[in-house]
Design a protein. Structure first.
Lengths: 478, 247
């Protein structure tokens, strides 16, 4: 199995732009050859299908429920100009404090400022992909703040010095014996091959940290405009503890997470759980509106929310692909993607892996350097079928390819197309070309000259037909 | 590195909202559906008044049409979630039930909060107890952390998903239902609602104006599948969820 060493396998975002594609191709080739790793990932995802289908069968009509979920998000994203201020007004009325961040650097500065203001000495964090996006942990460590990831998968990844492999199942690529070794090394615990015992080691390790931490950092899954609540979805209870015990709560969320009504969650919460992990509901779905109220005994004294743009408005401006902002980060498209299962999560080199990551990363970080992800698809459409909010994922990959071809066309492709047009308009030349092709194919397959070599390296071509289609047609008519 | 000034925050707000408005000037194509739902409100901005929760109900998992049906669905869901479920005729029986559970698990200390139902079964706790909201005492997280179990009331139970809705207002705050190793919920049968939308309607009715600072749908004991996607109960929250339903 490939165990990416942090020194060799850079964190997402640390790829040099010009090498992002090269790195992708190199990592993909390496992972594809690693059949052990592929089998392990497939096995880990095997139970997902069974559980998801069992849950889907409980829906009166899964397809109509998808329409409803999609429409709730679609209408929120398309009215963000109205709903975002409404959410913020209600959130502030509940006693929360909103901080606006145009980009990752601004978000990091805001959070470091809040930590300083809170006099933070110990920080506990629950799973938050937005914090991965802005590379918060590195910034906090550089500023001298210790931070502990409390989600089991994120904790394991933090100890390994790796980013998440899958944005919902962060350490699904790690074997239990590797986790046992990791815990032995970092926590001094005895080796075990029981997932249960390993989980209990993390549980025992973390318990005092919740009690002692003075700041808790979380993400947010939904921002409810009409009530000013933020909704957090999790299975382990670590986010609940992170928001219950420390003095200060800081939540980080993209601006696109807004929904209009509380009732929308009656559809979105079960669908998030079913699509993402095959559950009826995620174990804890918690709505927070502000810090501890007068008369409440526990909870934080202050609640901050960092609202992050970081190029989301660039995606919003693309009306054709705006629906990609409907994403509720369930991870269903990764779970069903044949490319993800073969190249693995690290190969993408992005915060958001898999099909949805391939759609949005070019918008968030530039099409020129990230268009190669649009090709990381077989266009089978499994992602689009799996999406609970009906994002047209695989068509967006095609649109990104088209947009890239428009803005920076490949001279080789253009030359090829021109040559084809020239030949195809002249039947005699077409016949000569076909003859040449049929005759030279065996030689081409043997020599593999570039650019054919890239195709032939991993694929074969059928033998050349003996005669052209036109000749065969004429012969049969006779 | 230190905090931003309000003016800097306001400038960022203005900039982001301006970008949002600018971005939305080009309308998106209507959502591409298989033709099931059509956006209402064709006059104004597109697709705004959709899915009143009543309309969506038949598409989602069933929550039962009668109270008895809902109870059956709830019990089945709780069993699948590996919660421990008891239905007892009265509070006295609930206290007996709690006693048996406490003995079996050898609880040394049990946390609770002031609520008529919780007080009604407290006599079933054979060990020492810790009231988290005792008058005059500050909230003590260390004392709570040392407890084996926490007993709370709940806002309601949702048959559709097997969820228990707790709030910071009437279910012992934020930590009691998540920090102790075992969470005991005491409720009455009339607190069972069919679907999630009913639960949301109920809390809004019960807390008009201002909702509690925390509302949490608890669906089974804490769990994780982070190690090889193998299910383990009791990741950080309670390893066990015991639901005692009276009536």
């Amino acid at each position: 199995m490939i165990a990416p060493n942090p020194a060799q396998s850079p964190a997402p975002g640390s790829h040099e732009p010009a090498t992002a594609k090269k790195q992708f191709l190199a990592d993909a080739a390496e992972h594809v050859r690693d059949t052990g790793h592929r089998a392990f990932v497939r096995k880990a995802l095997g139970g997902y299908y069974t559980n998801r289908d069992a849950q889907k069968a409980r829906y009166g009509d899964w397809e109509q429920a998808r329409d409803a979920a999609s429409l709730a998000k679609w209408s929120a994203v398309n009215r963000l100009d109205e709903l975002l201020p409404r959410f913020v007004a209600n959130f502030e009325a509940n006693g929360g404090i909103v901080h606006w961040a145009r980009d990752a650097a601004e978000a990091r500065d805001i959070i470091l400022g809040l930590l300083e203001q809170a006099g933070a000495t110990a920080v506990i964090k629950s799973k938050c992909m937005t914090s991965e996006e802005i590379h918060l942990n590195a910034a906090m460590e550089a500023a001298g703040y210790g931070v502990v990831e409390s989600d089991l998968g994120e904790f394991i990844q933090q100890l390994r010095g790796e980013p998440p492999y899958h944005f919902v199942f962060p350490c699904m690529h790690v074997r239990r014996d590797e986790i046992s070794d990791l815990f032995k090394r970092h926590l001094g615990t005895p080796p075990t091959d029981s997932p249960e015992e390993l989980t209990m080691i993390a549980r025992r390790h973390m318990r005092r940290l919740y009690v002692e931490a003075d700041v808790g950092i979380t993400g947010a899954n939904f921002l409810v405009a009409e009530t000013g609540q933020i909704s957090i979805t999790e299975n382990e209870g670590n986010a609940r503890l992170t928001v219950a015990l420390p003095r200060v709560h800081i939540a980080i969320s993209g601006i696109e997470k807004v929904v209009e009504r509380l009732d929308d969650l009656a559809v979105l919460l079960p669908m998030l759980a079913t699509a993402g992990a095959g559950q009826p509901m995620t174990c804890y779905n918690t709505l927070y509106s502000g810090p501890r109220r007068a008369g409440e005994r526990d909870g934080p004294e202050a609640m901050h929310l960092v609202l992050l743009d970081n190029s989301r408005t660039a995606l919003l401006a693309d009306a054709e692909q705006r629906d990609a902002l409907q994403c509720i980060r369930c991870g269903a498209c990764l779970n069903v993607c044949p490319i993800f299962k073969n190249v693995g999560g690290f190969t993408y080199g992005t915060t958001y892996q898999g099909p949805i990551g391939s759609v949005i990363t070019p918008h968030l970080r530039g099409l020129a350097n990230w268009n190669h992800l649009s090709g990381a698809s077989s266009l089978c459409g499994a992602c689009t079928d799996a999406c609970p909010v009906r994002i047209d994922i695989h068509h967006h990959l095609l649109q990104n390819r088209r947009n890239a071809a428009r803005t920076s066309p490949s001279w080789l492709e253009r030359l090829g197309h021109r040559a084809f047009v020239f030949v195809a308009r002249r039947p005699w030349l077409f016949a000569v070309g076909g003859w040449l092709f049929r005759k030279s194919l065996p030689l081409a397959k043997a020599v593999k000259p570039p650019p054919l070599s890239a195709w032939l390296a991993t694929r074969d071509l059928p033998p050349a037909p003996r005669e052209s289609f036109r000749a065969a047609w004429q012969r049969r008519r006779r | 590195m230190s905090g931003r000034t309000p003016a800097e925050n306001a400038a960022a707000r203005t900039a982001i909202l301006a970008r949002v408005r600018e971005a939305l000037r080009v309308p998106a194509p209507p959502p591409h559906f298989a033709g099931h739902a059509t956006p209402a409100d064709p006059g104004g901005r597109p697709g705004l008044t959709i899915l009143p929760s009543e309309a969506g109900r038949p598409w989602l998992p069933d929550g039962g049409d009668t109270p008895e049906e809902s109870l059956q669905i709830l019990a089945a869901n709780l069993a699948k979630l590996r919660a421990v479920f008891f239905r007892v005729p009265d509070l006295g029986a609930a206290a007996d039930c709690l006693f048996a559970q406490a003995r079996e698990r050898d609880w040394q200390r049990v946390a609770w909060h002031d609520h008529p139902l919780v007080q009604g079964i407290l006599s079933g706790v054979p060990s020492s107890t810790h009231q988290i909201d005792a008058a005059g005492a500050a909230f003590d997280k260390d004392a709570l952390e040392a407890c084996d179990a926490g007993i709370t009331a709940c806002e309601c139970l949702v048959a559709q998903t097997g969820s228990i809705l707790v709030s910071s207002d009437s279910c012992g705050g934020r930590a009691l239902s998540i920090l102790p190793h075992c969470h005991v919920v005491i409720a009455t049968v009339d607190q069972v609602v069919p679907v999630l939308a009913d639960a949301l309607a109920l809390v809004r009715e019960r807390h008009p104006g201002t909702l509690p600072s925390m509302l949490s749908f608890i669906t089974g004991p804490s769990r994780t599948g982070d190690i090889e996607r193998i299910l383990v109960l009791g990741a950080h929250g309670p390893k066990e969820l015991i639901v005692i339903l009276v009536g």
